[in-house]
Ligand binder design. Structure first.
Ligand code: THU
Length: 130
Protein backbone atom coordinates (compact mmCIF):
# COMPACT_ATOMS: atom_id res chain seq x y z
CA UNK A 1 0.00 0.00 0.00
CA UNK A 2 1.35 3.39 -1.00
CA UNK A 3 0.52 6.02 1.60
CA UNK A 4 1.42 9.63 2.25
CA UNK A 5 4.07 8.83 4.84
CA UNK A 6 5.80 6.42 2.47
CA UNK A 7 5.73 9.08 -0.23
CA UNK A 8 7.14 11.72 2.12
CA UNK A 9 9.90 9.38 3.30
CA UNK A 10 10.76 8.47 -0.29
CA UNK A 11 10.89 12.12 -1.37
CA UNK A 12 13.20 12.88 1.55
CA UNK A 13 15.38 9.89 0.71
CA UNK A 14 16.01 11.41 -2.72
CA UNK A 15 17.74 14.27 -0.90
CA UNK A 16 20.00 12.07 1.24
CA UNK A 17 23.64 13.07 1.43
CA UNK A 18 25.18 9.61 1.60
CA UNK A 19 28.31 9.64 -0.58
CA UNK A 20 30.27 7.42 1.83
CA UNK A 21 27.86 4.61 2.65
CA UNK A 22 25.84 5.01 -0.57
CA UNK A 23 22.94 3.91 1.60
CA UNK A 24 20.24 6.58 1.31
CA UNK A 25 17.53 6.47 3.96
CA UNK A 26 14.34 8.50 4.30
CA UNK A 27 12.06 8.98 7.28
CA UNK A 28 8.73 10.71 7.74
CA UNK A 29 6.95 11.56 10.96
CA UNK A 30 3.28 12.40 11.33
CA UNK A 31 2.97 14.64 14.35
CA UNK A 32 -0.12 14.41 16.55
CA UNK A 33 -1.36 17.67 14.98
CA UNK A 34 -1.39 15.93 11.58
CA UNK A 35 1.57 17.64 10.01
CA UNK A 36 4.18 15.49 8.28
CA UNK A 37 7.91 16.10 8.66
CA UNK A 38 10.52 14.22 6.67
CA UNK A 39 14.27 13.86 6.66
CA UNK A 40 17.19 12.00 5.11
CA UNK A 41 20.55 10.84 6.35
CA UNK A 42 23.28 13.46 6.06
CA UNK A 43 26.78 12.02 6.12
CA UNK A 44 30.09 13.79 6.62
CA UNK A 45 33.69 13.22 5.53
CA UNK A 46 34.39 12.94 9.24
CA UNK A 47 32.25 9.82 9.42
CA UNK A 48 30.96 10.02 13.02
CA UNK A 49 29.58 13.50 12.36
CA UNK A 50 26.90 12.25 10.00
CA UNK A 51 23.37 11.58 11.18
CA UNK A 52 20.37 9.46 10.34
CA UNK A 53 17.17 10.16 8.42
CA UNK A 54 15.04 9.81 11.54
CA UNK A 55 17.14 12.42 13.31
CA UNK A 56 16.65 14.89 10.43
CA UNK A 57 12.88 14.33 10.54
CA UNK A 58 12.79 14.84 14.31
CA UNK A 59 14.70 18.11 13.93
CA UNK A 60 12.20 19.36 11.34
CA UNK A 61 9.30 18.43 13.58
CA UNK A 62 10.67 20.11 16.68
CA UNK A 63 11.67 23.25 14.79
CA UNK A 64 8.12 23.51 13.46
CA UNK A 65 6.80 23.48 17.01
CA UNK A 66 5.45 19.92 17.16
CA UNK A 67 6.71 17.57 19.85
CA UNK A 68 4.40 14.54 19.82
CA UNK A 69 4.81 11.79 17.23
CA UNK A 70 1.70 9.94 16.00
CA UNK A 71 3.45 7.60 13.55
CA UNK A 72 6.74 7.13 11.75
CA UNK A 73 7.78 5.75 8.35
CA UNK A 74 11.28 4.63 7.37
CA UNK A 75 12.53 3.56 3.94
CA UNK A 76 15.93 2.71 2.49
CA UNK A 77 17.00 2.59 -1.13
CA UNK A 78 18.96 -0.63 -0.73
CA UNK A 79 17.14 -2.49 2.04
CA UNK A 80 13.60 -3.73 2.58
CA UNK A 81 11.99 -3.14 5.95
CA UNK A 82 14.84 -1.14 7.46
CA UNK A 83 14.42 -0.48 11.17
CA UNK A 84 15.70 2.62 12.99
CA UNK A 85 19.17 2.32 14.51
CA UNK A 86 19.54 2.15 18.27
CA UNK A 87 20.30 5.85 18.69
CA UNK A 88 17.29 6.84 16.61
CA UNK A 89 15.03 4.51 18.59
CA UNK A 90 16.01 6.48 21.68
CA UNK A 91 15.52 9.83 19.90
CA UNK A 92 12.10 8.77 18.57
CA UNK A 93 11.11 7.53 22.03
CA UNK A 94 11.64 11.02 23.41
CA UNK A 95 8.58 12.21 21.43
CA UNK A 96 6.55 8.96 21.31
CA UNK A 97 4.74 6.48 23.51
CA UNK A 98 5.30 2.73 23.60
CA UNK A 99 2.21 2.36 21.40
CA UNK A 100 3.46 4.73 18.68
CA UNK A 101 3.50 2.95 15.34
CA UNK A 102 6.64 2.70 13.22
CA UNK A 103 5.99 1.64 9.63
CA UNK A 104 8.74 -0.27 7.84
CA UNK A 105 8.54 -0.58 4.06
CA UNK A 106 9.91 -2.61 1.26
CA UNK A 107 10.91 -0.75 -1.86
CA UNK A 108 7.52 -1.27 -3.47
CA UNK A 109 5.74 0.35 -0.56
CA UNK A 110 4.56 -2.82 1.22
CA UNK A 111 4.30 -2.00 4.89
CA UNK A 112 5.04 -3.80 8.14
CA UNK A 113 4.13 -2.00 11.31
CA UNK A 114 5.82 -2.32 14.69
CA UNK A 115 5.47 -0.30 17.87
CA UNK A 116 8.06 1.78 19.66
CA UNK A 117 7.73 -0.63 22.59
CA UNK A 118 8.74 -3.50 20.32
CA UNK A 119 11.69 -1.53 18.96
CA UNK A 120 12.85 -0.24 22.31
CA UNK A 121 11.65 -2.41 25.19
CA UNK A 122 12.34 -1.19 28.72
CA UNK A 123 13.25 2.22 27.32
CA UNK A 124 14.95 4.80 29.46
CA UNK A 125 12.31 7.53 29.31
CA UNK A 126 13.86 10.06 31.62
CA UNK A 127 10.96 9.91 34.07
CA UNK A 128 13.44 10.00 36.95
CA UNK A 129 14.96 13.20 35.59
CA UNK A 130 11.75 15.21 36.04
N1 THU B 1 20.85 5.24 8.63
C1 THU B 1 19.71 5.99 8.78
O1 THU B 1 19.62 7.10 8.27
N2 THU B 1 18.74 5.46 9.53
C2 THU B 1 18.75 4.22 10.09
O2 THU B 1 17.80 3.85 10.77
C3 THU B 1 19.88 3.34 9.87
C4 THU B 1 21.05 3.95 9.22
C5 THU B 1 21.94 5.79 7.81
C6 THU B 1 23.15 6.23 8.57
C7 THU B 1 24.20 6.19 7.50
O3 THU B 1 24.19 7.42 6.79
C8 THU B 1 23.74 5.08 6.56
O4 THU B 1 22.39 4.83 6.89
C9 THU B 1 24.54 3.79 6.69
O5 THU B 1 24.58 3.38 8.01
Amino acid sequence: MIDDLFEAANAAMAKAHAPYSKFPVGAAIRAEDGRVFAGANIENASYPEGWCAETSAIAHMVMAGAIRIAEVAVVAERMDFITPCGGCRQRLAEFSTGATKVHLYDRAGKRETVTMRELLPRAFDGSELK
